[in-house]
Design a protein around this ligand. Structure first.
Ligand SMILES: [Zn+2]
Length: 379
């Protein structure tokens, strides 16, 4: 049996939530923001052992509209994905757009109003509405609307964001319970509800936010806000504070993290779930990850280099018959040479992006498998 077949089989318990939650961490969820990982099919993703995906409620609400997805049988059927789907609330994207340009909308105590640039269309997001939309999508993991701050926001703004995040989480929980009572028994297929811990760089606010969310009760928790310093280093101290403020067995999602070395560090701190657009974005730009000798058989450790980057557009590769990574079992490395990939990029063929995306996501799938193996050895 191939490595992927073994991973896929360990995944086939029939409970769509298993890989993300029960006994399967850590897990990396590629971003399928608009119900697609750009350029690759759901079958492609299954073939390389991707266990779960993240979609974005805000973007899907705008296009194609949640009603369209519902009429096509829900988000799993719509995108041909039968494994777990987490839907992000979209709060982060709305706030980024509004903060960049206040004409895009306004954030109020009880709602967020977003105005579509160029048209007069107006979207209203409330904590209840965001939970309803995710129920309508049919997500396996639902994320509460939170108030996301900027790293540079002052203490008062951070305090306000925590108050709002906790209040909105409470309302999300109530709406979630109401919808669950109507449509689901609390069985295996009921979705899970995650809340997001805010508080910026303040340890005190982070601890308080986590404690108040714990009191309300959630199935899992996300680390909210920007997780990096201005020069791109991981904010390890504040990430650790949030882990320590939550129960050891609670799923902890490091939202938007990240680079392979950041995933390794955050996993060592106690985070169990990751999503990031980096590997797919890098792939489209011709930036691929390749293993250093000995990996991923050995589990990567924080602070120890375990991969290097390969640039497919680099002219050095124009006649190179070797695969991008001889140790990789992805469709690119098992079938094609560096010269062929370079050629595809030079002629602007979409196949270059597809094969590079599959390579990078396979790299992440194997990274998580290596971290999981190391974790199991410790138990
Ligand atoms: Zn590969």
């Amino acid at each position: 049996m191939t490595e992927v077949a073994a991973e896929n089989q360990s995944d086939a318990s029939g409970d769509r939530r298993v890989p993300a939650i029960a006994g399967y961490p850590p897990v990396f969820l590629p971003d399928a923001t608009r119900a697609t990982v750009r350029g690759v099919s759901a079958q492609d993703l299954r073939d390389i052992g991707v266990p779960a995906l993240v979609v974005n409620t805000f973007h899907l609400m705008r296009r194609p509209g949640v009603r369209t997805i519902q009429s096509c049988g829900g988000i799993h059927r719509f995108m041909d994905w039968d494994r777990p789907i987490m839907s992000d609330s979209g709060g982060f994207q709305v706030y980024s757009l509004i903060r960049q340009n206040p004409e895009h909308g306004v954030i109020r105590a009880n709602e967020v109003i977003f105005r579509e640039p160029g048209t007069k269309e107006r979207w209203r997001l409330t904590p209840e509405r965001v939970v309803q939309l995710q129920f309508q999508l049919g997500s396996d993991i639902i994320v509460c609307l939170d108030d996301c701050t900027d790293a540079g926001d002052d203490a008062e703004q951070q305090r306000l964001a925590v108050e709002r995040t906790v209040r909105w989480a409470q309302r999300s929980r109530e709406e979630f319970e109401r919808l669950l009572g109507g449509k689901h028994s609390r069985g295996r297929q009921a979705p899970l509800l995650f809340a997001v811990v805010q508080g910026g760089a303040s340890e005190e606010l982070r601890r308080e936010c986590a404690a108040r969310l714990l009191e309300i009760g959630f199935d899992g928790f996300g680390f909210g806000g920007w997780p990096l310093t201005a020069d791109g280093a991981l904010l390890e101290d504040i990430l650790r504070v949030v882990v320590e403020a939550l129960p050891a067995d609670a799923p902890k999602h490091a939202l938007g993290i990240g680079a392979p070395e950041h995933v390794v560090t955050a996993q060592a701190l106690g985070y169990t779930m990751f999503d990031c657009s980096l590997p797919t974005r890098d792939a489209r730009r011709g930036r691929l990850y390749t293993w250093l000798p000995g990996y991923p058989e050995a589990a990567p450790r924080p602070g120890v280099p375990f991969y290097r980057t390969f640039y497919s557009r680099d002219t050095d590769h124009h006649a190179d018959p070797s695969p991008v990574d001889p140790g990789c079992d992805c469709p690119l490395c098992t079938r094609y040479s560096r010269a062929y990939l370079h050629h595809l990029t030079k002629v602007g063929d979409a196949g270059a992006e597809r094969l590079s995306t599959l390579h990078n996501l396979r790299f992440y799938a194997r990274l998580m498998a290596a971290l999981r193996r190391a974790e199991q050895l410790l138990q």
